[in-house]
Design a protein. Structure first.
Length: 246
């Protein structure tokens, strides 16, 4: 759709981080919010009276390091772990021994191929090939091979220049549903901004709840709205917030 949904701090706001709130970098560790980005998140959190959650593939610990000293409501590792508005952390159980075995295989595979970046998030592992896009096929094959040996409790998830192994049964949409059952999100219209394949789960849930799903960047999506890039997201949010808060 052209234009954007109305900016309303009375909504329940859910934001992906990489590629949505912040620009994507060659490696996850290279992404750092500028002071203005942290002020923007702080201002939105205040304007919504706490009805703001970050919904990310990053771990909760990684999210907290990025936005320290803030500790916002957040879902990490695609919903495997979630911190609610009261600060309570909920973690989905997963077959840890099996995941460690897969992590060892994928780490060794990455070490043999220049440009591949292995990331261990604790409850999920990722193989990034942004620095070596010619290895996309090999990366996905390796991750699928590792997952096949682990049984039904583990699944492969594709994203932008990344293949991941994660516990099955959790995704960003489920995390948003859980937030929407709790104050201060409960009873509000949800708004979710995301850019990747992993965000489509969240878009579907938000659509079902009569909210606003906003896709960042190109690509097929079930979202009803679109913003060109992360800079556009930041500009839209800043325009809707009081200038004095930024």
């Amino acid at each position: 759709m052209t234009g954007l949904p109305p900016f309303d701090p009375r909504c329940a706001w859910f934001l992906d981080i990489d590629g949505t709130l912040l620009d994507i970098a060659a490696m996850p560790a290279a992404v750092h919010p500028a002071p203005a980005d942290s002020r923007l998140v702080t201002a939105l959190y205040a304007a919504t009276n706490g009805a703001l959650a970050l919904i990310s593939g990053r771990s909760l610990a990684g999210i907290d390091r990025m936005f320290a000293p803030l500790k916002l409501p957040a879902a990490g590792q695609h919903g495997i772990e979630r911190r609610d508005a009261r600060g309570r952390v909920h973690r989905h159980p997963f077959p840890e021994d099996a995941l460690r075995k897969a992590a060892s295989f994928i780490r060794a595979f990455a070490a043999r191929h220049e440009g591949l970046v292995f990331e261990d998030k604790g409850a999920s592992v990722a193989l990034h090939y942004r620095l070596a896009p010619q290895l996309a096929g090999a990366a996905h094959t390796a991750v699928k091979r590792a997952a096949l040996e682990l049984g039904d409790g583990i699944e492969v998830q594709s994203g932008k220049m990344v293949a991941e192994i994660k516990p099955s049964g959790r995704d960003k949409g489920i995390a948003i549903q859980e937030f929407m059952r709790e104050p201060p999100f409960k009873g509000r219209v949800p708004v979710f901004l995301g850019d990747d394949l992993t965000d489509e789960h969240g878009f579907r849930v938000v659509n079902q709840l009569g909210g606003h799903a906003v896709k960042i960047g190109p690509g097929h999506t079930v979202a009803r709205w679109r913003i060109h890039d992360a800079a556009g997201v930041r500009a839209w949010l800043a325009e809707g917030l009081p200038a004095s808060s930024l």
